[in-house]
Design a protein around this ligand. Sequence first.
Ligand SMILES: *[C@@H]1O[C@H](CO)[C@@H](O)[C@H](O)[C@H]1NC(C)=O
Ligand SMILES: *[C@@H]1O[C@H](CO)[C@@H](O)[C@H](O)[C@H]1NC(C)=O
Ligand SMILES: *[C@@H]1O[C@H](CO)[C@@H](O)[C@H](O)[C@H]1NC(C)=O
Ligand SMILES: *[C@@H]1O[C@H](CO)[C@@H](O)[C@H](O)[C@H]1NC(C)=O
Ligand SMILES: *[C@@H]1O[C@H](CO)[C@@H](O)[C@H](O)[C@H]1NC(C)=O
Ligand SMILES: *[C@@H]1O[C@H](CO)[C@@H](O)[C@H](O)[C@H]1NC(C)=O
Ligand SMILES: *[C@@H]1O[C@H](CO)[C@@H](O)[C@H](O)[C@H]1NC(C)=O
Length: 519
Amino acid sequence: MKPQNCLILALFLQVLVLLNLSVGVLSADNNNYTRNDFPVDFIFGSGTSAYQVEGAANEDGRAPSIWDTFAYAGFAHGENGDIACDSYHKYKEDVKLMVETGLDAYRFSISWSRLIPNGIGPVNPKGLQYYNNLINELVRNGIELHVTLHNYDLPQALEDEYAGWLSRDVIKDFTNYADVCFREFGDRVKYWTTVNEPNIFAVGSYDQGLSPPRRCSPPFCVINSTKGNSTIEPYLVGHHILLAHSSAVRLYRRKYKEEQHGFVGTSLYTFGLVPQTNTEKDKAACQRIRDFYLGWIMEPLLHGDYPNSMKESAGARIPAFTSRESEQVKGSYDFIGIIHYSSFNVTDNSDALKTKLRDFSADTAAHLSIEGLLTAEEYPVTPWALQEVLDTFKIHYGNPPIFIHENGQRTASNSSLHDVSRVKYLHAYIGSVLDSLRNGSNIKGYFVWSFIDVFELLDAYDSSFGLYYVDRNDPELRRYPKLSAKWYNQFLKGTRSSLIAAIELKNDSSLVSVGHLFQ
Ligand SMILES: *[C@@H]1O[C@H](CO)[C@@H](O)[C@H](O)[C@H]1NC(C)=O
Ligand SMILES: *[C@@H]1O[C@H](CO)[C@@H](O)[C@H](O)[C@H]1NC(C)=O
Ligand SMILES: *[C@@H]1O[C@H](CO)[C@@H](O)[C@H](O)[C@H]1NC(C)=O
Ligand SMILES: *[C@@H]1O[C@H](CO)[C@@H](O)[C@H](O)[C@H]1NC(C)=O
Ligand SMILES: *[C@@H]1O[C@H](CO)[C@@H](O)[C@H](O)[C@H]1NC(C)=O
Ligand SMILES: *[C@@H]1O[C@H](CO)[C@@H](O)[C@H](O)[C@H]1NC(C)=O
Ligand SMILES: *[C@@H]1O[C@H](CO)[C@@H](O)[C@H](O)[C@H]1NC(C)=O
C-alpha cells in the first residue's frame, strides 16, 4: 500500500472512531433510529419451534419426543403441546400473518420425531409433506428460512434405547437425520442451526433437571429426580452435541454445500454478567462464568479444545477430544445464533471448589442469580447486556457472523394486547444491536422471540413472548396482533422508531376492539 493510502486509511479509521463515539452517546439517551440505519442485507424476522406451535402431536405418524414426555409427566404446569397453536393445520394463516407483519425471515424447527418417528429408520411421508408445505408457503411469500434441527425434542425412542444425548450413538443418528433434512429441504433452506442453545440444554436438563429429559442427582437437583448424575452428565452431553454438530457440518460441507450454498451454525444462550460487587473476586467469577457458558462451546469451535479453566475445575469429568475430533470440531460453523433475554448478577463462590462432589455449577466457583429471572413476570429492559455479549463475541470469540436468533420480553400471558412494555423492550434491544453493529460486531440479522404466543418450556401457556396473542379459549385458536406486532410492522416498513410513535399506536382501534379477551 502506498504511504499516501495509508494516511487516507488512518484518517478514515479516525473518522469511524469519532462516529462511533457520537453514535454511542446519541443512542444511549435517545434511542431513535429507523430500519434504514441497518445494512441493506440485514434481515429482521421472528421465530417459534416445532413442539411449541405445531400441535398435532399424535397425528399423521408423529411419535413423542422427550419434551412430550416431560409435559405428560406434569412438569409444564400440567399442560402439553398436543394442540399448542395448531400451526400444523394453520401454517398458511401463520405465513399470511408473517407477510402482513413484514418479516424478512422466519425461524422454526423441525420435529425429528415427526420426520423420523423412531429417530432412526424410515421417513414419515406425512411429516415430510408437512415441512415441504410449510417451506414452500414461506418461499412463495419471499420469506427466508432459518431452520433448527433440535430444540429440546430428541425422539423419545432414542432416549429409551440408549439414553439419548448421553450416548455416543446419538452422533451417528443425528448426522443421518441432518442428512435427510439437507437432502429433502436444502434446495430451499439456506440457514441451518444444528442444536439450539446446547449450553443451557446441557445444564438445565442434566445438572439442574429443570428441562427435558430432566436428569440430575442430589444434592444438585432443583427438582426431585430419580435418574441422572449432575457431576458428569452436563459435560458428556455438551461433548456429544459438539461432536454431533460438527459431524453434521462436515457432512453438509462435503455433500451439499457446493450445490445448495447454505450455512450451518449452532446457537448459544447468552446473558449479561454483572459482578455483584466491584471486587476482583466477583470480576474473576464473571470471567469463569463466561468460560463455562460460552467458552465451553466457542473455544472448541475456534481452537478445538475446552477452556483451561473448565479443564482445571472439572478434571477428568470433562471428556477430552481426540486429535481427530478436535480437528473436526475446529471451524465447524458458518455463523453463531445468539439467544438473549437478560442479565445475571455474579458472585464469587470459590469455596465450592473445596467440595469433592461438584456439579457443573459448583465447578464455575461462582453464583449466578437466576432466581429473579425464573420468577420475573416481566423481563427488565437491559439492552446494554446484549451489547456486552456482542462485544464478548467480537473480542474473545473471533467476531463470527451472528444472527440474534431469539430476543424478546416475557410477560404474563393474560397481561394485555397493549403490550407497551414489550414495545419498549424490542425498541431498546434493536437499538442496541444497531450500536453494536456500528461498533464493529458482525451481526447479520435479528429475530423476535416469539412470533405468536407459544407453549413455553417452563411456563407452558402462563407466560407469553408473542407479537400475536393466541386466544386459547377459542376452539379456532384465533391470533390477534398485539401492539408490539403493529410496532414491529411500522418499524419494518421504515418508520422511525421512537417510543413516542410507538405509544401513539396504543390507541389503535383494532387493538381496542379485542380488549374483551382480557376481561
Ligand atoms: C429522531 O431523529 C430524527 C433525525 O435525526 C429527528 O428528525 C427526530 O426529531 C428525532 N425524533 C425524536 C423523537 O427524537
Ligand atoms: C421432593 O420430594 C419431597 C419428598 O417427597 C417433597 O417433600 C418435596 O416437596 C419435593 N420437592 C420438589 C421440588 O418437588
Ligand atoms: C456419577 O458419576 C461418577 C463418575 O462415574 C460416580 O463416581 C458417581 O458415583 C456418580 N454419581 C451418581 C449419583 O450416580
Ligand atoms: C442484581 O443486583 C442488583 C443490585 O443488588 C439488584 O437490584 C438486581 O435485582 C439483581 N438482579 C438479579 C437478576 O438478581
Ligand atoms: C392473569 O392471570 C393471573 C393468574 O391467573 C391473575 O392473577 C391475574 O389477575 C390475571 N390478570 C388479568 C389482567 O386478567
Ligand atoms: C465498542 O467496542 C470496544 C471494543 O472493540 C469496546 O471496548 C467498547 O466498550 C464498545 N463500545 C460500546 C458502546 O459498546
Ligand atoms: C388514547 O385514548 C385515550 C382515551 O381514549 C386518550 O385519553 C389519549 O389521549 C389517547 N392517546 C393518544 C396518544 O392519542
